[in-house]
Design a binder for this molecule. Structure first.
Ligand SMILES: [Zn+2]
Length: 436
């Protein structure tokens, strides 16, 4: 989001508008009309070289905006940076920023001097919070994200929803539980299972709610809660959550798989969510996994959803002679006497999942595949098996041990991503002309 800042600032400083330009307030949190850009530079740092700087805490900050990937060290802190990343120094003293990586790294340096008044009036930016919702076929998760941390979280069963009005009422009631006067909630992100036009904030259709069609959630919910709302597909939100704060942080190209009621994928290409031409990119639940296979809810046969999902797992288990009573994955996994049959069920599911992952790697050449969602809670049963199978099925040059990773937030990643997306859209929106 900071990618264009330097260019914009350079232009303004050159045209002598640097001092007191109120537009800078969107970028620098304590900015007012008496603040000024003190110093501006562009440095090229080969391996093991550094740039020194001095900063008076309280009224000065130094911003480093990076071009290129690598590891930087500032005092005892190590940062893995990628293009557009920013390190802000507010400590009072002289320091140097060291390039710890093998690659040459380019960095923009901007030193800002704030006025005394603006520093005194400054309200801590880290207290800005957003709400994230993840509405799935089985459960709905709701949380507050504040200062990059989950502050409150709850989960409820997604009820049977029969009309557009019921859908809006349900969403608004979920949000209102977390709208508290002591929180500075700036916006809401909503991830929902189904086909979503994220530009319009509209749910086109959803397999698990056949009665809901062409519902503009963004408009209707925003009108009722009086805050900006962003809507996208649940897998896309999960991918954004893992990119922003989780296991895909620092990766330019990553795919996050959500394993739950079905399987979905959120695709990040060149650091951005890829939606495709109709917003349906990542619907890998309908990859054809088996010719003339099981019938999927989409009306076609052999879809991956039928072989990689919680339902598929239970079906495999029953097929292997297991007896299953209603109660979900947790209960199934707690049955230690059936460990062998449960492992077989996972084994069978992982065959299909590994093949889908290999195909995704050939198609996108992504740096990493993140596994998240409800089933990923069974990580010990899943991850080693999956890694071994993918390694076995892929051309070995393309394999690395960090290629498949567990998500940081498991079943919460969709809600974290939704809140993070709202943060990026509605709290830092002025930073750049680029859409996140
Ligand atoms: Zn299907």
């Amino acid at each position: 989001m900071y990618k264009n800042i330097f260019q914009a600032i350079k232009k303004k400083v050159k045209s002598h508008e640097g001092k007191g330009n109120i537009e800078f307030a969107r970028v620098f949190p304590k900015w007012d009309e008496n603040s000024q850009i003190d110093f501006i530079d562009y440095a090229i740092l080969p391996k093991d070289t550094s740039i020194g700087f001095h900063c008076h805490s309280g009224n000065e900050e130094v911003y480093f905006i990076f071009k290129g990937h690598g590891e930087m060290r500032l005092q005892n802190d190590i940062f893995n940076v990628k293009p557009g990343d920013v390190i802000v120094n507010t400590n009072n003293s002289s320091h140097s920023l060291v390039n710890n990586s093998d690659e040459e790294i380019h960095v923009f340096v901007i030193q800002v001097k704030y006025s005394r008044d603006s520093v005194n009036a400054y309200k801590d930016d880290s207290k800005i919070a957003t709400i994230g919702l993840d509405i799935g076929g089985t459960n709905t998760k709701v949380l507050i994200l504040e200062d990059s941390e989950i502050k409150e979280f709850y989960q409820i069963k997604t009820p049977q929803i029969n009309s557009n009005d019921e859908m809006i009422d349900f969403i608004v009631s979920c949000i209102k539980k977390l709208l508290k006067p002591d929180k500075d909630i700036r916006g809401v992100g909503i991830g929902i299972s189904g086909m979503v036009n994220s530009e319009a904030g509209c749910l086109i259709s959803s397999c698990f709610m056949p009665n809901i069609n062409n519902l503009n959630i963004q408009q209707a919910v925003s009108d009722k809660i009086n805050k900006p709302v962003y809507v996208d597909n649940d897998s896309n939100m999960a991918a954004f959550g893992e990119l922003y704060l989780g296991s895909a942080k620092g990766c330019e190209n990553s795919i996050t798989l959500t394993l739950g009621t079905g399987i979905g994928a959120g695709i990040i290409l060149n650091g951005k969510l890829y939606h495709g031409s109709t917003g349906r990119a990542g619907e890998i639940g309908h990859f054809i996994a088996k010719t003339a296979g099981e019938m999927c809810s989409c009306g076609k046969r052999g879809c991956l959803n039928m072989y990689v999902s919680q339902v598929a797992l239970v079906n495999n288990y029953i097929k292997n002679g297991g007896t299953y009573e209603e109660g979900g994955l947790e209960l199934l996994l707690s049955n230690k006497s059936e460990a062998c049959k449960i492992e077989l069920a996972f084994d069978e599911m992982c065959d299909y999942l590994a093949e889908a992952i290999v195909n995704l790697k050939y198609l996108f050449d992504c740096e990493t595949i993140i596994i998240t969602g409800g089933i990923s809670n069974a990580s010990e049963l899943l991850i080693d098996k999956l890694k071994a199978k993918v390694k076995n099925k892929i051309i070995i040059d393309l394999w690395s041990d960090t290629f498949i990773r567990l998500g940081r937030f498991n079943e919460k990643s969709g809600a974290v991503g939704a809140a993070a997306k709202a943060l990026e859209m509605y709290c830092y929106d002025g930073c750049t002309n680029e859409k996140p």
